[in-house]
Design a protein around this ligand. Sequence first.
Ligand code: DON
Length: 304
Amino acid sequence: MIPDYLAEALGDVASDTSGAPADYIPELATADPDLLGAAFATVDGEVYGAGDLDVELTIQSISKPFVYALALADRGFDAVLAKVGVEPSGEAFNEISLERGSGRPLNPMINAGAITTHSLAGSQELDAGARLERVVAGLSAFAGRRLEIDDGVCASELENAHRNLAIAHMLRSHGILDEDPTAAVAGYTRQCSLLVTVRDLALMAATLANRGVNPRTGERVVPERAVRQVLSVMSTCGMYDAAGDWATQVGIPAKSGVAGGLIGALPGQIGIATYSPRLDSHGTSVRGVSLFERFSSDMGMHLM
Ligand code: DON
């Protein structure tokens, strides 16, 4: 029944060919724009889906809430909040958006905040390689399988990472980053280049919905308190300068990525994921937004 419902929903949005795959990372522009998939993963560990469920895409900004959770778990709330705020920026994901005076990024969902939370994953003594391994292992635990990096997408983004490098240099000048900005951006870009399927994304979201325990493996990935913080920030900041539209029209904590993935987590119920590479002006999947609007309305998922 659920796969039939999902297949029908995918069929209804398939005619919308507006938007375009991201091209500021040249490798992403080569994605087949017609790919389309959706999956639901319940907190009992059931996964239902339709469409292109097993095609791999890079996780991109959908990694941000999960790495924020790892940083909170590894360094504690006070240390993370000292470096990254929790206020919506109302600006695009790649704006500088630092708090006046302190130089703290406004939140961990924008690039400035996410480059910082990448630097806060794992214990303080770790070198960049061990820290990246902590991030890969942590995101893999959310997904319930070992995730791999797409080296081609990563290299393509790094060749064009002038904006993230500029942000990282600003963060270094404010003492928010206390390492080489180039190393921080390299690690963050590798994090964004992890390959996932829409099925993985639904399970990662379901691990948030299940308050930090992967519903398939039973592993507690992060503490419940960290998940509450992450879901709160996803609901206020996860959709950047479209956060208000999303809150009113969909009403589910969510996160988008420029490869075309989109996740939402309904606490205590399900994780939802969609994949379609054509993006709107906010860097969010056009058909993904339509699908989430439909799911929310059909199933009364709006939390407010
Ligand atoms: O930092 C970047 O530009 C990318 N690696 C991730 C951006 C992203 O996915 C924005 N979200 N929609």
